[in-house]
Ligand binder design. Structure first.
Ligand SMILES: *[C@@H]1O[C@H](CO)[C@@H](O)[C@H](O)[C@H]1NC(C)=O
Ligand SMILES: *[C@@H]1O[C@H](CO)[C@@H](O)[C@H](O)[C@H]1NC(C)=O
Length: 187
């Protein structure tokens, strides 16, 4: 039994009830909107839902307290990891007998996969360049490069018969999030 606990709670009750009501009960004066909240709630123009935005940034615990610049870098890195995953998927497809280059029926798909691999390779290089620009505070060039990155899945999808629609869709969405954040900074 600790006799100081009831006393403490009585004290804190008295303390709280003596606070001006603007401090104790009005949340708008004690909370500020974080850059993450503000950003995720204002990307509708890019067809990005708050839910997708928050869920994607939740992959990096720094997001909650990040400023806009760090949020852009985090989203670019998430986009780069996504492209890296797409590349490994393509590489396993290229290595599998299903898409062998020596089987006449699968040869066009094999070629298409190689083209997509190259597209994703290039997009990783340009996203890295964008991330460097963003960390140096140069947003305009970064914005253009990220806009081009968003178009990569469509070029890959344009080749017939490739089993990559899930991967292309996933990359499109996260690349669009990067584009939205970088555009926000560039404006
Ligand atoms: C992004 O990735 C690069 C390379 O892996 C790393 O050096 C950098 O610290 C990362 N930045 C952020 C903000 O995660
Ligand atoms: C990344 O890509 C995969 C498919 O390759 C997708 O399922 C995933 O949701 C994507 N997005 C993120 C944010 O990792």
């Amino acid at each position: 039994m600790n006799p100081s606990i009831p006393l403490l709670s009585l004290l804190s009750f008295l303390l709280l009830s003596s606070l001006p009501s603007s401090l104790s009960s009005n949340p708008t004066t004690t909370q500020t909107t974080s850059p993450l909240d503000h950003l995720c709630n204002n990307l509708g123009g890019f067809y990005i839902t708050p839910d997708y935005c928050f869920t994607s940034f939740a992959a990096d615990s720094r997001s909650r307290t990040a400023d806009y610049n760090l949020l852009a870098l985090i989203s670019l890195n998430l986009t780069i990891s996504n492209a890296t995953n797409v590349k490994s998927t393509i590489n396993s497809m290229l290595a599998s007998s299903t898409f062998s280059s020596t089987t006449p029926s699968s040869e066009p798909v094999h070629k298409g996969l190689q083209t997509c691999l190259k597209l994703y390779d290039d997009v990783i290089a340009s996203l890295r360049w964008s991330a460097q620009s963003v960390s140096a505070g140069r947003y305009d060039g970064a914005k253009e490069v990220v806009e081009q990155a968003v178009g990569v899945p469509a070029s890959c999808d344009a080749m017939p018969g490739l089993p990559l629609s899930k991967e292309n869709d996933g990359f499109s969405r996260i690349a669009l999030l990067s584009q939205a954040v970088v555009s926000y900074l560039a404006n």
